[in-house]
Design a protein around this ligand. Structure first.
Ligand SMILES: Cc1cc2nc3c(=O)[nH]c(=O)nc-3n(C[C@H](O)[C@H](O)[C@H](O)COP(=O)(O)O)c2cc1C
Length: 456
């Protein structure tokens, strides 16, 4: 990797080298209210998921980038590796934490422009309204940094932020998030919680801070591990937090311990609307940004959102399942399961029953998972039809087992009592003994198709 500081821009430069299947630029003027998302959705329905750069979004001078996380190839590019190296690289780097470094404001492009108090109107930003029943424009590509008041450890995550007025944002804190736990600590102390929301930075940073690590871990160190360098952070103007110096935009503010207002709905990763709730309110008092910032949208409720949320957590699930079976080959949460509810795991099975242990380990590692399908290593788990075929051929009804009323997640459209669910593990591995010999065509692996069909 070069020494140039990584940013959304350095990544966009790489995307520009890719074919239109991975990156497209839309010059025609487009509305941030539904129209941009309609275009992305129409292509998605044709099974095409490029990253988009919308150069001309109505009502704003800022270009908008969206859908960058909707392909594993692009996430691999963010780590600087080929797609077939992505999982191994993600899992290996996640554990090699690299602390950030602090740089001066003069070396931080995100400080080029500063707006304070009355100068601020969040509605000037080109935040998209994604779905028909969404409450309005949402910041979906924001990384909110906070600090645990007891331990001082930093916490960063992506949370939906509804632009509710010129200087306020609604936020949804899921019951299981660390941010919710930390906010409860501030509430218990009757203190406001300072926040800094970074919009637009290198995608490896997003993948790193969304890893599933303990409350005691600074997720910026995990991001540094994925980026293979210390993340340059710069102190905020008004809150005791630091943010990526090469980000596009940063919103500084606080959440009071007692303020609540209606927030939602918004289309969620589950493909259904997240409920409206009396939610905490973020008051923004300072904005710092580049002179020519780029807005980053994440296409909520779609593979962009599903894969970004579903991929980083695989590193911790992988660690857990490797204890149950050392020969885990690959692990994936497909968009068919909205990146959360279905987990495919390929193993080299050595013992009968091992696949069941693997499924139990995955359930323990990630409460969102409702179905685990364990297959043999010859099954390509990035192809849903291969997994289905393994279920059809290598499992029977008694290869399925159920765990009743385990912790799921409140966004699950069919959750019981808010967040409980039943979970099913499926052992779709071949029995070690007695499975019939599988057919094979000699030469199919090595034949050069072009010798016979040059047009292919
Ligand atoms: C696009 C996107 C939107 C998300 N929105 C929310 C949200 O509104 N609330 C929430 O609690 N988690 C949301 N998440 C999930 C959190 O970012 C994720 O669980 C993160 O690891 C939470 O970090 P924490 O446990 O350190 O707070 C979202 C994730 C993505 C990718």
């Amino acid at each position: 990797m070069s020494d140039e500081p990584l940013s959304l821009r350095t990544y966009l430069e790489q995307l520009r080298q890719l074919p239109p299947t991975e990156f497209v630029r839309v010059e025609k003027e487009i509305s941030p209210v539904h129209e941009a998302c309609a275009l992305m959705d129409a292509l998605e329905k044709q099974n095409r998921r490029p990253a988009f750069l919308f150069a001309n979004v109505r009502g704003s001078a800022l270009p908008v980038v969206s859908n960058i996380f909707a392909s594993r190839r692009r996430m691999a590019l963010a780590l600087g590796v080929a797609e077939n190296q992505f999982s191994a690289t993600l899992f290996a780097r996640e554990a090699q934490r690299i602390p950030p470094e602090i740089v001066a404001a003069s070396a931080a492009p995100v400080k080029q422009v500063i707006w304070r108090d009355d100068e601020i109107d969040l509605r000037r930003f080109p935040a998209f309204t994604h779905h028909a029943d969404d409450a309005g424009a949402y910041i979906t590509g924001g990384l909110m940094a906070i600090r645990d008041p007891e331990t001082g450890v930093r916490n960063v995550g992506v949370y939906r932020h509804w632009i509710s007025s010129a200087r306020t944002l609604g936020i949804h804190l899921s019951e299981s998030s660390h941010a919710n736990l930390i906010y409860a600590k501030y509430c218990a102390r009757r203190q406001a919680m300072p926040v800094a929301i970074t919009i637009g930075y290198h995608p490896a940073f997003y993948l790193g801070v969304l890893s599933f690590v303990g409350l005691e871990v600074d997720e910026v160190e995990v991001a540094g591990a994925l980026m293979q360098r210390p993340v340059p952070l710069v102190p905020c103007e008004t809150v005791d937090l630091q943010v990526p110096a090469h980000a596009e935009i940063v919103l500084e503010g606080f959440i009071a311990p007692d303020e609540r207002a209606a927030e939602g709905p918004i289309g969620e990763y589950s493909g259904t609307y997240g409920y409206q709730d009396a939610a905490p309110v973020i008051r923004i008092h300072t904005i710092t940004m580049r002179r020519d910032p780029i807005w980053l949208d994440i296409f909520a409720g779609h593979p962009d959102h599903q894969l970004l949320g579903g991929t980083p957590r695989l590193a911790s699930t992988y660690r857990a399942v490797r204890v149950a079976c050392p020969l885990v080959r690959e692990i994936y949460m497909p968009t068919a399961g909205v990146g959360r509810y279905i987990c495919y795991i390929a193993i080299k099975k050595r013992f009968e029953g091992e696949a069941k242990n693997v499924a139990c380990a995955a359930f323990g590692a990630d409460p969102f998972i409702k179905y685990v399908v364990v297959v043999d290593e010859d099954v390509n788990i990035f192809d849903d039809s291969e997994v289905l075929q393994a279920i059809a051929l290598r499992s029977r009804a008694d290869s399925f087992f159920m765990i009743e009323r385990a912790k799921g997640h409140s966004t699950d459209p069919v959750a019981l009592d808010e967040y409980l669910t039943h979970k099913i593990g499926i052992d779709a591995t071949r029995p070690l003994k007695g499975y019939p010999k599988e057919i094979a065509v000699p030469g199919a692996e090595t034949i050069n198709v072009k010798d016979y069909l040059p047009e292919f």
